[in-house]
Design a protein around this ligand. Structure first.
Ligand SMILES: [Zn+2]
Length: 271
Protein backbone atom coordinates (compact mmCIF):
# COMPACT_ATOMS: atom_id res chain seq x y z
CA UNK A 1 0.00 0.00 0.00
CA UNK A 2 1.02 3.62 -0.51
CA UNK A 3 1.65 5.66 2.66
CA UNK A 4 1.76 9.30 3.65
CA UNK A 5 2.62 11.04 6.94
CA UNK A 6 0.21 11.11 9.88
CA UNK A 7 0.77 14.85 10.34
CA UNK A 8 3.03 17.61 8.98
CA UNK A 9 6.36 18.60 10.54
CA UNK A 10 8.63 21.62 10.20
CA UNK A 11 12.42 21.79 10.51
CA UNK A 12 14.65 24.90 10.43
CA UNK A 13 18.43 25.19 10.07
CA UNK A 14 21.02 26.45 7.62
CA UNK A 15 21.88 25.51 4.04
CA UNK A 16 25.18 23.74 3.26
CA UNK A 17 25.59 25.46 -0.08
CA UNK A 18 24.79 29.09 0.74
CA UNK A 19 25.14 29.12 4.53
CA UNK A 20 21.83 30.99 4.85
CA UNK A 21 18.74 30.12 6.90
CA UNK A 22 16.82 27.20 5.39
CA UNK A 23 13.53 25.61 6.45
CA UNK A 24 11.13 22.93 5.27
CA UNK A 25 7.60 21.94 6.10
CA UNK A 26 6.89 18.32 5.19
CA UNK A 27 3.15 17.76 4.66
CA UNK A 28 0.96 14.69 4.03
CA UNK A 29 -0.15 14.37 0.38
CA UNK A 30 -2.78 12.48 -1.61
CA UNK A 31 -2.35 9.06 -3.22
CA UNK A 32 -0.25 9.21 -6.41
CA UNK A 33 1.44 12.54 -5.52
CA UNK A 34 4.88 11.01 -4.96
CA UNK A 35 7.56 12.92 -3.09
CA UNK A 36 7.38 16.51 -4.36
CA UNK A 37 9.45 19.56 -3.36
CA UNK A 38 7.61 22.89 -3.58
CA UNK A 39 9.87 25.94 -4.11
CA UNK A 40 8.44 29.44 -4.72
CA UNK A 41 5.16 27.86 -5.79
CA UNK A 42 6.84 25.50 -8.29
CA UNK A 43 6.36 21.75 -7.73
CA UNK A 44 9.56 19.76 -8.36
CA UNK A 45 8.97 15.99 -8.25
CA UNK A 46 11.87 14.21 -6.52
CA UNK A 47 12.77 12.16 -9.59
CA UNK A 48 15.96 11.62 -11.53
CA UNK A 49 14.84 13.71 -14.53
CA UNK A 50 14.79 16.85 -12.36
CA UNK A 51 18.42 16.56 -11.19
CA UNK A 52 20.29 19.68 -12.36
CA UNK A 53 23.54 19.52 -10.31
CA UNK A 54 25.42 16.84 -8.38
CA UNK A 55 28.47 18.83 -7.21
CA UNK A 56 28.69 18.72 -3.39
CA UNK A 57 25.01 17.72 -3.10
CA UNK A 58 22.08 16.70 -5.27
CA UNK A 59 20.17 19.71 -6.60
CA UNK A 60 16.75 19.42 -8.27
CA UNK A 61 15.28 22.07 -10.53
CA UNK A 62 12.23 22.86 -12.64
CA UNK A 63 10.85 26.01 -14.30
CA UNK A 64 13.55 28.24 -12.79
CA UNK A 65 13.11 26.96 -9.22
CA UNK A 66 15.85 24.92 -7.51
CA UNK A 67 16.35 23.01 -4.28
CA UNK A 68 19.71 21.72 -3.07
CA UNK A 69 20.76 18.92 -0.69
CA UNK A 70 17.68 16.78 -1.23
CA UNK A 71 19.43 13.43 -0.65
CA UNK A 72 19.35 13.02 3.15
CA UNK A 73 15.65 13.88 3.54
CA UNK A 74 14.84 11.83 0.40
CA UNK A 75 16.73 8.85 1.86
CA UNK A 76 14.85 9.07 5.17
CA UNK A 77 11.48 9.29 3.38
CA UNK A 78 12.27 6.37 1.04
CA UNK A 79 13.68 4.20 3.83
CA UNK A 80 10.77 5.15 6.09
CA UNK A 81 8.21 4.06 3.49
CA UNK A 82 6.72 7.52 2.85
CA UNK A 83 5.42 7.49 -0.74
CA UNK A 84 3.36 10.69 -0.92
CA UNK A 85 4.52 13.94 0.63
CA UNK A 86 4.85 17.66 -0.18
CA UNK A 87 8.08 19.27 1.00
CA UNK A 88 7.65 23.05 1.14
CA UNK A 89 11.10 24.67 0.97
CA UNK A 90 12.16 28.11 2.24
CA UNK A 91 15.68 29.33 1.41
CA UNK A 92 16.34 27.14 -1.63
CA UNK A 93 18.02 24.36 0.34
CA UNK A 94 17.13 21.54 2.68
CA UNK A 95 18.67 22.30 6.11
CA UNK A 96 21.95 20.40 6.54
CA UNK A 97 21.36 19.89 10.32
CA UNK A 98 24.21 17.74 11.69
CA UNK A 99 25.10 16.47 8.19
CA UNK A 100 23.22 13.20 8.71
CA UNK A 101 19.62 11.99 8.27
CA UNK A 102 19.03 11.22 11.97
CA UNK A 103 16.69 14.13 12.65
CA UNK A 104 14.73 13.45 9.44
CA UNK A 105 14.20 9.82 10.43
CA UNK A 106 13.12 10.84 13.94
CA UNK A 107 10.66 13.44 12.61
CA UNK A 108 9.16 10.89 10.20
CA UNK A 109 8.78 8.34 13.01
CA UNK A 110 7.10 10.93 15.22
CA UNK A 111 4.73 12.03 12.44
CA UNK A 112 3.79 8.39 11.81
CA UNK A 113 2.63 6.65 8.63
CA UNK A 114 -0.91 6.45 7.28
CA UNK A 115 -1.82 3.75 4.73
CA UNK A 116 -3.75 5.15 1.77
CA UNK A 117 -5.51 2.04 0.46
CA UNK A 118 -3.93 2.00 -3.00
CA UNK A 119 -1.05 -0.33 -4.01
CA UNK A 120 2.43 1.05 -4.64
CA UNK A 121 4.05 0.86 -8.05
CA UNK A 122 7.20 -1.21 -7.42
CA UNK A 123 10.16 -1.41 -9.81
CA UNK A 124 11.67 -4.91 -9.89
CA UNK A 125 15.15 -5.23 -11.41
CA UNK A 126 14.81 -8.03 -14.00
CA UNK A 127 18.36 -8.21 -15.37
CA UNK A 128 21.76 -6.78 -14.36
CA UNK A 129 22.32 -3.14 -15.38
CA UNK A 130 25.73 -1.53 -14.97
CA UNK A 131 27.42 1.82 -15.57
CA UNK A 132 31.20 2.44 -15.39
CA UNK A 133 33.48 5.45 -15.34
CA UNK A 134 37.25 4.83 -15.12
CA UNK A 135 37.65 2.34 -12.23
CA UNK A 136 34.31 3.26 -10.62
CA UNK A 137 31.08 1.35 -11.30
CA UNK A 138 27.52 0.94 -10.10
CA UNK A 139 25.18 -1.97 -10.80
CA UNK A 140 21.62 -3.19 -10.17
CA UNK A 141 20.90 -6.93 -10.02
CA UNK A 142 17.66 -8.84 -9.35
CA UNK A 143 16.84 -9.44 -5.64
CA UNK A 144 13.70 -9.98 -3.55
CA UNK A 145 14.16 -6.71 -1.63
CA UNK A 146 16.14 -3.49 -1.84
CA UNK A 147 19.72 -4.24 -0.79
CA UNK A 148 22.87 -2.15 -0.81
CA UNK A 149 26.52 -3.22 -1.21
CA UNK A 150 28.77 -0.21 -1.36
CA UNK A 151 32.55 0.16 -1.30
CA UNK A 152 34.63 3.33 -1.08
CA UNK A 153 38.40 3.60 -1.47
CA UNK A 154 40.31 6.74 -0.51
CA UNK A 155 44.06 7.10 -0.30
CA UNK A 156 43.76 8.49 3.23
CA UNK A 157 45.05 6.95 6.50
CA UNK A 158 41.70 7.24 8.35
CA UNK A 159 39.40 6.16 5.49
CA UNK A 160 41.16 3.65 3.21
CA UNK A 161 38.84 0.95 1.84
CA UNK A 162 35.43 0.59 3.56
CA UNK A 163 32.42 -1.53 2.62
CA UNK A 164 28.79 -1.50 3.76
CA UNK A 165 26.24 -4.19 2.95
CA UNK A 166 22.70 -4.19 4.30
CA UNK A 167 19.00 -3.75 3.77
CA UNK A 168 19.32 0.07 4.03
CA UNK A 169 15.59 0.57 4.62
CA UNK A 170 13.22 0.52 7.60
CA UNK A 171 14.82 -0.14 10.99
CA UNK A 172 18.24 -0.97 9.47
CA UNK A 173 18.38 2.47 7.83
CA UNK A 174 17.77 4.09 11.20
CA UNK A 175 20.27 2.01 13.19
CA UNK A 176 23.00 1.57 10.54
CA UNK A 177 22.99 4.64 8.27
CA UNK A 178 20.82 7.58 9.35
CA UNK A 179 23.34 9.00 11.87
CA UNK A 180 26.38 8.95 9.53
CA UNK A 181 27.50 12.49 8.68
CA UNK A 182 28.57 14.19 5.47
CA UNK A 183 32.34 14.23 5.06
CA UNK A 184 34.85 16.23 3.10
CA UNK A 185 38.53 17.09 2.84
CA UNK A 186 40.05 20.28 4.21
CA UNK A 187 42.07 20.73 1.01
CA UNK A 188 38.78 20.94 -0.97
CA UNK A 189 37.20 23.54 1.33
CA UNK A 190 38.66 26.64 -0.33
CA UNK A 191 38.03 25.49 -3.95
CA UNK A 192 34.40 24.67 -3.04
CA UNK A 193 33.95 28.04 -1.32
CA UNK A 194 35.44 29.74 -4.37
CA UNK A 195 32.68 28.07 -6.42
CA UNK A 196 30.21 29.42 -3.84
CA UNK A 197 28.83 25.97 -3.04
CA UNK A 198 29.99 25.08 0.47
CA UNK A 199 29.49 28.36 2.35
CA UNK A 200 27.53 26.66 5.15
CA UNK A 201 29.97 23.78 5.71
CA UNK A 202 31.47 23.61 9.20
CA UNK A 203 32.66 21.07 11.76
CA UNK A 204 29.07 21.16 13.11
CA UNK A 205 27.68 19.53 9.95
CA UNK A 206 30.63 17.89 8.17
CA UNK A 207 33.33 15.40 9.14
CA UNK A 208 36.45 17.13 7.83
CA UNK A 209 39.60 15.16 7.06
CA UNK A 210 43.03 16.78 6.86
CA UNK A 211 46.04 14.86 5.51
CA UNK A 212 46.50 12.97 8.79
CA UNK A 213 43.06 12.31 10.24
CA UNK A 214 39.79 13.83 11.45
CA UNK A 215 39.69 17.52 12.42
CA UNK A 216 36.38 17.37 14.38
CA UNK A 217 37.22 17.50 18.12
CA UNK A 218 34.72 14.74 19.01
CA UNK A 219 36.04 12.44 16.25
CA UNK A 220 33.93 9.93 14.32
CA UNK A 221 30.61 8.30 15.29
CA UNK A 222 32.00 4.98 13.95
CA UNK A 223 35.27 3.96 12.30
CA UNK A 224 33.38 3.31 9.05
CA UNK A 225 31.15 6.41 9.26
CA UNK A 226 32.35 7.51 5.79
CA UNK A 227 31.02 4.47 3.89
CA UNK A 228 27.81 4.58 5.93
CA UNK A 229 27.25 8.17 4.82
CA UNK A 230 27.93 7.19 1.20
CA UNK A 231 25.36 4.42 1.65
CA UNK A 232 22.88 6.96 3.06
CA UNK A 233 23.50 9.17 0.01
CA UNK A 234 23.00 6.14 -2.27
CA UNK A 235 19.59 5.48 -0.67
CA UNK A 236 18.74 9.14 -1.31
CA UNK A 237 19.76 8.74 -4.94
CA UNK A 238 17.74 5.49 -5.26
CA UNK A 239 14.71 7.37 -3.90
CA UNK A 240 14.83 9.50 -7.08
CA UNK A 241 13.49 6.56 -9.09
CA UNK A 242 10.17 7.57 -7.54
CA UNK A 243 9.10 4.01 -6.65
CA UNK A 244 10.34 1.31 -4.25
CA UNK A 245 13.03 -0.81 -5.91
CA UNK A 246 13.34 -4.59 -5.67
CA UNK A 247 16.99 -5.17 -6.46
CA UNK A 248 20.55 -5.22 -5.22
CA UNK A 249 22.42 -1.93 -5.68
CA UNK A 250 26.19 -2.51 -5.74
CA UNK A 251 28.66 0.33 -6.22
CA UNK A 252 32.45 0.70 -6.14
CA UNK A 253 34.02 4.16 -5.74
CA UNK A 254 30.88 5.69 -7.24
CA UNK A 255 29.17 8.98 -6.35
CA UNK A 256 25.94 10.84 -7.07
CA UNK A 257 26.69 11.24 -10.81
CA UNK A 258 27.30 7.53 -11.43
CA UNK A 259 24.39 6.48 -9.17
CA UNK A 260 22.06 8.76 -11.13
CA UNK A 261 23.35 7.47 -14.49
CA UNK A 262 22.48 3.96 -13.27
CA UNK A 263 19.02 5.07 -12.10
CA UNK A 264 18.30 6.66 -15.49
CA UNK A 265 19.12 3.29 -17.09
CA UNK A 266 16.88 1.48 -14.60
CA UNK A 267 14.06 3.96 -15.28
CA UNK A 268 14.39 3.23 -19.04
CA UNK A 269 14.29 -0.52 -18.39
CA UNK A 270 11.27 -0.16 -16.10
CA UNK A 271 9.30 2.08 -18.51
ZN1 LIG B 1 25.30 13.16 1.92
Amino acid sequence: MQHTLGRPFRVVGVGLRGGRPAAVEVRPAAVGTGRVFVVDGVAIPATVEHVVDTRLATTLGRAGARVSLVEHLSAALYAGGVDNVEIHVEGGEIPVLDGSARLWSLAIRQAGLVPQGVPQRIVAVREPIEVRRDDAWARFEPADHFELDLTIAFDHPTIGVQRYTGAATGASFYTELAWARTFGFFRDAEPLRALGIALGASLDNTVVYDDLGVMNPAGLRAADEAVRHKALDAVGDAALLGAPIRGRFTAYRAGHALHLALLRRLAEHAA
